[in-house]
Design a binder for this molecule. Sequence first.
Ligand SMILES: C[S@@+](CC[C@H](N)C(=O)[O-])C[C@H]1O[C@@H](n2cnc3c(N)ncnc32)[C@H](O)[C@@H]1O
Length: 274
Amino acid sequence: MARISPSQGGDPCSIHGPSIQRFKYLNKKIRYMRNKNFFYLQYDKINWENQEKTKINSFVNNFTIKEIISKKRDNSIKIFDIGFGIGFFIKMLYHELTKSYGNIVIEGCEPSLKNYDYFVKKKPLSVRKGTKLKAYNKTFLEVQTNERFDFITAIYVFPHFASDELETTAKKIYSMLNEEGKFILVVANEKYLKEKLRDKRDLFIEKNMIYLDGKNYEEVLHYSDIQKIGKVIDYNREERFYIDLFEKNNFKLNDKKDLNDSGFICTVFIFEKR
Ligand SMILES: C[S@@+](CC[C@H](N)C(=O)[O-])C[C@H]1O[C@@H](n2cnc3c(N)ncnc32)[C@H](O)[C@@H]1O
């Protein structure tokens, strides 16, 4: 997958030569450096821990736990949560799962040290016998685990991944799921975010085109103000991009739902192995 940006692909200028090549190379390198760590480092500067007060995302968390995850009929269950933040979802999940499952494995990763420490040191979750809990202070692509999961969740995390990491990420998710495993992806609803940009509740930063198997998709970098938490920058991508990305990587879309959480609309995709 390649990214086309205004400064890269589709350049109508036909000048070639070492200085232009070098400029293009540097330009690419600067973009790469800017994208790499910013998206999780920003969480060291804001107050995501206020999620415990505002309960932001509890509606979608509840839906994910009760309507999808807890439907698995078994005594054992294994879940990996990508970008767990302060562990708000993991805590809700654990309390629900202990009602019906004997053996529980919960793993997750969170690269922001502030968020990770909040979950692991400041407000840790103590688990009962029969539960294995493992938290990695790493980006998802850095995680190494031998476990295979029934569910992998990514709740408002994919918009923080740079487009050139998405195929590797999809492949890694595939390899970490067991044969019946499901991947649950939650992102802000595409149309709802476009409206927020139009009436300037969110602020537009830049527009890129991303490219996958001969098709182009729009990606918009923007920032939003989250009450009592702070400003967050991320990418809004076309919904069909995520569907095509996962279908290309051996998943099929099992279900898709738009949820309205007190006026904030999100899209939940449930993918399974083909
Ligand atoms: C909007 S917050 C959502 C947190 C949590 N999933 C929730 O619903 O409360 C996005 C989280 O993704 C994390 N994140 C950003 N880049 C990441 C990466 N490459 N790998 C894993 N997590 C990442 C951020 O540090 C942040 O905690």
